[in-house]
Design a protein around this ligand. Structure first.
Ligand code: AMP
Ligand code: TRP
Length: 341
């Protein structure tokens, strides 16, 4: 049955590939941290999603621990949030199979992220196509109603909702229908080198992204080189040629939590874009430098990190396993006692 809950449940996931950047922080992580008191939250390091493109095994292992440490450093509090690694909870892979059997191929072929990633590859792996089904399982196993993500994930969350609805229709009310919660500021942080492209982990160009582990000087340099335009006007704008300046202002707004008007007031006396870039860099450094310091400390305490992830997986299993049993029973599977807890 779909449970009635007092507090909305939040679920979100993030892949342990590449270095986290300012887009991940402002579009997702900072918002998870801000909401961890009001909502019952589950934050999942989605290593099973990561292998939809080949990962060097050592890099995957390292990336998973680094991401866990970085999330903790950014303020995710394991006392208030269930932080866990997806592959530590077997129910995710199993739910993905079951849900794939009620998901029409056409739904998956329509996903814009699939189309974009598939177009870059010679041979397209099956997992890349069924990726959103695994994601639907992540969310549905926890009865999550809210999924805070960046704009790029909206379509995947809507698909999870469609899958839940279809399952409920076929087998009776089982899943909560989730909805994407997209932040108003920084839903889409753009590349500093090219403000027409979203800041992404996979882009390798220097000066594209600001990583959470970058030094203060690296951050200053990246902003200094940020692409703007030949004008002088510091204003929020949807015009393509102002995309660079708009991106800098949006970064400043999301980092400081100030309103658009306050941001414009802050820059009323600015002397051109050089000044703008420098001041955006300084607020970003103020936000990121403490995260980088805490991250280094956490990476040195392997036992503590293990303990936190073990505890998170245990709490996640306590939710996901009974839900999976319910799903299987609804579908008509025999569930032996040893699979019940
Ligand atoms: P990913 O980098 O694809 O693993 O994404 C992790 C989280 O960060 C997801 O919630 C994304 O929607 C969010 N995200 C990724 N890139 C950006 C960006 N450039 N701007 C805002 N949010 C982003
Ligand atoms: N696909 C998401 C991304 O690339 C990560 C993800 C996996 C996720 N499972 C999730 C996000 C469940 C929200 C909820 O960003």
């Amino acid at each position: 049955m779909v449970p009635e809950r007092e507090r909305p449940r939040v679920f979100s996931g993030i892949q342990p590939t590449g270095s986290l950047h300012l887009g991940n922080y402002l579009g997702a992580i900072k918002r998870w941290v801000e909401r961890q008191d009001e909502k019952e939250s589950f934050i999942c390091i989605v290593d099973l999603h990561a292998v939809t493109v080949y990962q060097e095994p050592e890099a995957l292992r390292r990336g998973t621990r680094q991401l866990a440490a970085l999330l903790l450093a950014a303020g995710i509090d394991p006392a208030r949030v269930t932080l866990f690694v997806q592959s530590h909870v077997r129910a995710h892979a199993e739910a993905s199979w079951l849900l794939s059997c009620i998901t029409p191929l056409g739904w998956l072929e329509r996903m814009t992220q699939f189309k974009a990633k598939a177009a870059q590859q010679q041979s397209v792996l099956t997992g890349l196509l069924t990726y959103p089904v695994l994601q639907a399982g992540d969310i549905l196993l926890y009865d999550a109603d809210e999924v805070p993500v960046g704009e790029d994930q909206k379509q995947h969350i809507e698909l999870a909702r469609d899958v839940a609805q279809r399952f409920n229709h076929l087998y009776g009310d089982t899943f909560v229908l989730p909805r994407p919660v997209i932040g108003e500021a920084a839903a889409r942080v753009m590349g500093l080198d090219d403000p027409t492209r979203k800041m992404s982990k996979s882009a390798k160009a220097r000066g594209h992204a600001v990583r959470l582990t970058d030094s203060d000087d690296e951050i200053r340099r990246a902003f200094k080189r940020a692409v703007t335009d030949s004008g002088r006007e510091i204003a929020f704008s949807d015009e393509p040629e102002k995309a660079g300046v708009n991106n800098l202002l949006e970064i400043y707004r999301a980092t400081t939590g100030r309103s658009r008007q306050q941001v414009l007031d802050d820059f009323a006396g600015a002397r051109g874009y050089g000044d703008l870039k420098q001041r955006v860099a300084e607020v970003v450094i103020a936000a990121i430098a403490p995260i980088r310091r805490r991250y280094r400390e956490l990476m040195e305490d392997a036992a503590e990190l293990d303990r936190i992830l073990r505890q998170g997986a245990e709490a996640a299993r306590a939710e996901a396993e009974p839900k999976l049993v319910e799903v299987k029973e609804r579908m008509g599977f025999e569930v032996p006692d040893e699979l019940r807890r």
